[in-house]
Design a protein around this ligand. Structure first.
Ligand SMILES: Cc1cc2nc3c(=O)[nH]c(=O)nc-3n(C[C@H](O)[C@H](O)[C@H](O)COP(=O)(O)OP(=O)(O)OC[C@H]3O[C@@H](n4cnc5c(N)ncnc54)[C@H](O)[C@@H]3O)c2cc1C
Length: 745
């Protein structure tokens, strides 16, 4: 068995991980253009953005000239153009998911409102970028390129308007109040449309000059719904509305706008056809939103990941200096370590760091996956278009590809000799088979990273805030941790709150293609566990197995009243299982990224000194995270598997079988009803059955023996996880930091 760097000796963590480490872990070591962009975005984040926050720029709801000044920095640094293709004025060819993820990460390291301000422009353009007609793309996406010297055009700044005043669109995107009607339609001419739309919480509305708005037909001459482009100079009302009194992301502009405008039908995003005198948009608003959000939600997930990782250094600096002064003398533990003398302080920071790593790993993996998927999706669209397949017919063809993909995955599980060599090869080469495989993963990874990174991330940001004591809840907190805590809650809310992601996962995580890959991942983790036990992959594999068993079980089981357990109305079952899956996915990706660092890091001479220590530390963090993920998954699964069985009547004797013999000794005499007969019951059941409690009246394990076994195995697999945490905690006391953060407080 190969010995890994982590297992030879246990060197320490010298410094906090730098760019060389991140480039390998997040797989952009060979992409120089991305490395340059990261530096540029960092310069903006830790320069003008940080100065604005430190100067109190977040204390106004209005879109101030100082906030507006950031737009220029975004333009000059390449952040704005990074979204665009070279022919539109951009400088990076190909898919941009990883590019935008890295920008979001860098800006959110300091302030996610600034990140949102930049990304909301892309969100406003995304419907056009994804589904727009060629003319729309040239005019609006191309028009968003920063104005060059000598050009006289006005740069396009976009907003995305879906959400409407209550009681209309929010989580439920179908409840549109925004309407579109035919205002004028001359014979043979282009129809002129009347658009009425009110928005709620629309980002960039303080300055956007175009809006991609979701509207529904209010006219029998228009079919269904669409997204439509509104310009600030269109005839009618383009009222930006009042600024939202946000407690979060104050460096972005958010308003409740009102639009009542006349626009040509050519503004319908993606175009339209006319059939029997009816305008039929080529894409409904739902279809466009789906394509857009599945990409942009990944970047939101990375905003919260950046916050958690950005908290590590300020917390260490604070802790170490906490007891300097007074009688403290340099060289004494009290002076040098300060609060880091306390185990709890260290353990909590280990948890924050591990969460940050796992969420960044998951988010960047999702971004890379979309980069891989984008060209395949285009090929799929082209293939369907050539075959003139739409709607149900297209769905049917893709279902066939799904069957082929499943066959391929199963073939790959067979030993090489046991399969026909050409079978797998032919399937492997089919881009549509590749598409459906990756699509099934993207449909899980995107909601998973939006849900877990932001939701659990917000909870962990509170931990970071608490470690800064009173400072944590002040504007002066180094690293702006208090603001970041609150900001994380917005990231969990906008672009679809957690419920939306859980709803999506409850469907996509049952796709047999995803589950076939998940099954392979369990084997992968078992293999890794044999080679690198320190990562806790064994625990993770056991938890993944338990989760999969539970999913299959609830898909077929009923509750005590005979009602189906896995059903879209049963969010008490589907949602926690979705949450549990996210924990597992994030931990798995973290393990994979650490292995990548270990295996590729040696090739980078800049890492020669610190690599072993960093890998050893990260391996311990992996163990901490896999154990925590396994614990969560185990808890959720156990509650669901057992929790829908009814306890027999709570009479005086029925529950006594739950007590073990030792407890009865203690309780006898204290609780009426605990007597010899109860003891006899417990004794018999403990000696008799295959499981001590099986014979008890209140515990029903019939048919659940496998679950009980898997769960017990999982607990056993936790061996060593706390030792790993202790080691990681010690590393935090020794790691070198800067004297001060590289951005102001
Ligand atoms: C600062 C900010 C900026 C924003 N920017 C934009 C923007 O640029 N463009 C835009 O269009 N929108 C924007 N939004 C709106 C944002 O996307 C919505 O607020 C969000 O999608 C939630 O909608 P809602 O507030 O109406 O919540 P609701 O729909 O009222 O939901 C509230 C809660 O109810 C529960 N819930 C609702 N439905 C379900 C369900 N089916 N199952 C289970 N639970 C459910 C969930 O817990 C949910 O969080 C922004 C919001 C904010 C605060």
């Amino acid at each position: 068995m190969e010995t890994t760097v982590a297992e030879k000796t246990v060197p320490g963590l010298n410094t906090l991980p730098g760019d060389d480490v991140r480039q390998i872990m997040w797989r952009f070591a060979d992409r120089y253009e991305l490395q340059m962009l990261v530096q540029a975005a960092r310069g903006v984040a830790r320069g003008p953005v940080a100065r604005l926050v430190a100067g109190g720029g977040r204390n106004a709801h209005e879109w101030t000239p100082q906030k507006a000044g950031l737009l220029q920095h975004f333009d000059e640094s390449g952040i704005t153009a990074a979204f665009l293709d070279p022919k539109q004025g951009g400088f990076i060819a190909g898919p941009k998911n990883l590019v935008l993820a890295l920008i979001a990460f860098e800006l959110s390291w300091v302030d996610a409102g600034a990140a949102t301000c930049s990304l909301a422009g892309n969100l406003g353009l995304a419907p056009i970028h994804e589904r727009g007609t060629p003319e729309q793309k040239v005019k609006y996406v191309g028009g968003a390129a920063p104005v060059k010297p000598g050009e006289s055009r006005k740069q396009i700044r976009a907003a995305f308007a879906l959400t409407e005043p209550i009681p209309f669109v929010g989580v439920e995107t179908g409840m549109l109040a925004g309407k579109v009607r035919v205002a004028e339609w001359k014979d043979g001419g282009e129809p002129l449309l009347q658009v009425d739309k009110r928005g709620r919480f629309i980002t960039n509305m303080g300055f956007a000059n175009i809006v991609s708005a979701a509207v529904e037909s209010d006219d029998e001459r228009i079919k269904g719904s669409c997204m439509i482009i509104l310009e600030e100079t269109d005839p009618g009302k383009f009222d930006r509305g009042t600024p939202t009194k946000k407690l979060v992301h104050q460096l972005s502009s958010t308003n409740d706008p009102v639009f009542s405008l006349k626009v040509p039908a050519s503004r319908i995003i993606g175009g339209y056809t006319v059939k029997d005198g009816i305008i039929i948009p080529n894409f409904s608003h739902g279809e466009i939103i789906e394509t857009v959000f599945r990409r942009t939600r990944v970047t939101v997930g990375l905003m919260t990941a950046a916050k958690l990782l950005s908290a590590v250094e300020p917390v260490i600096l604070y802790d170490r200096r906490r007891f300097r002064g007074g009688e403290g003398v340099p060289g004494t533990p009290r002076y040098e370590l300060g609060l880091q003398q306390k185990e709890d302080v260290l353990h909590r920071l280990v948890d924050i760091w591990a969460t940050g790593e796992a969420s960044a790993s998951l988010g960047f993996a999702a971004a890379r996956l979309f980069d891989e998927l984008d060209p395949l999706e285009k090929q799929k669209d082209q293939w369907l278009a050539e075959k003139k397949l739409t709607g149900r017919a297209a769905f049917k063809e893709l279902t066939k590809k799904q069957a082929d993909a499943l066959k391929l995955l199963n073939l790959n599980l067979l030993p090489v000799g046991a399969r026909e060599p050409n079978d797998a090869e032919a399937l492997q080469k089919d881009p549509l088979v590749q598409f459906v495989i990756l699509d099934s993963l993207a449909n899980v990874l995107c909601p998973a990273c939006k849900l877990w990174n932001t939701g659990h991330g917000a909870t962990m940001m509170r931990e970071a805030v608490s470690l800064m004591g009173g400072y944590g809840v002040t504007e002066d907190c180094p690293g702006f941790l208090g603001q970041k805590w609150m900001d994380a809650q917005l990231e969990a809310t906008y672009e679809g709150p957690e419920a939306v992601q859980r709803l999506q996962l409850s469907i996509t995580m049952t796709n047999e293609l995803f589950l076939a890959q998940f099954q392979q991942w369990i084997l992968e983790m078992r293999r890794i566990a044999a080679e690198r036990p320190g990562t806790g992959s064994c625990t993770l594999a056991s938890a993944m197995q338990l989760w999969l068993w539970t999913l299959h079980h609830v898909q077929n089981a009923t509750d005590a009243d005979g009602t189906k357990l896995y059903h879209k109305t049963r969010q008490g079952v589907t949602f926690p299982l979705a949450d549990a899956l996210c924990w597992l996915l994030a931990a798995r990706q973290f393990v994979l990224d650490v292995i990548e660092l270990d295996t590729k890091g040696a090739a980078n001479p800049a890492l020669a000194d610190g690599l072993a220590g960093t890998v050893a530390f990260f391996t311990d963090l992996c163990h901490v995270q896999t154990a925590r993920a396994a614990g969560e998954a185990g808890r959720v699964c156990a509650e669901i598997v057992h929790g829908y069985n009814r306890h027999p009547a709570w009479d005086e004797t029925s529950c006594h079988a739950c007590y073990c013999a030792e407890e009865l000794e203690t309780l006898e005499g204290l609780i009426p009803g605990i007597d010899g007969s109860a003891r006899a019951y417990a004794d018999v059941s403990e000696e008799g059955g295959s499981h001590p409690l099986k014979a008890g009246p209140c515990v029903r394990f019939d048919g659940l023996e496998t679950f009980v076994r898997l769960r017990a195995k999982l607990d056993g697999c936790l061996t060593g996880c706390r030792l790993a945490k202790d080691r990681a905690a010690v590393a935090l006391t020794k790691v070198m930091t800067r004297e001060a953060l590289d951005y102001p407080a």
